[in-house]
Design a protein around this ligand. Structure first.
Ligand code: HEM
Length: 96
């Protein structure tokens, strides 16, 4: 089996300094593993109510556009391969 997807090695580098800067002011810490892997469920902003890992699952919903407005706001939506990688990171257990 392939190694689990790593947040620090494979996910964090997908966020630009602008993404991180824009969102940190709203408390969305895209470059912070502890925040991104928080197991707590609930609703972040106007998005779905998630049973677990609200922060990561809301970020994913914003990237796919399931939760509008789609992110990155004013930028280009992620490639499907990067969306799939993020999804696999969650499936693999939100590993650092
Ligand atoms: C990949 C990059 C990004 C991700 C994953 C992301 C993620 C998110 C998430 C999870 C929310 C919901 C938070 C909440 O409503 O409390 C949000 C909202 C928002 N983001 Fe981003 N963001 C990204 C890039 C950006 C950029 C570059 C900007 C600024 C140009 C931006 C501006 C905003 C604004 C204004 C909202 C509030 C939208 C609304 O509810 O009307 N985001 N983003």
């Amino acid at each position: 089996m392939a190694d689990p997807v790593s947040f620090d090695a494979q996910i964090k580098p997908l966020f630009t300094p602008q993404d991180i800067g824009c969102m940190s002011g709203m408390g969305v810490k895209l470059d912070d593993y502890t925040w991104m892997s928080d197991p707590a469920g609930g609703t972040l902003g106007s998005c779905n109510n998630f049973a677990d890992h609200m922060n990561a699952r809301t970020v994913y919903a914003k990237l796919t556009g399931t939760c509008q407005p789609q992110m990155p706001l004013g930028g280009t939506a992620w490639d499907q391969s990067d969306l799939d990688l993020f999804d696999q990171w969650m499936t693999d257990g939100f590993k650092p």
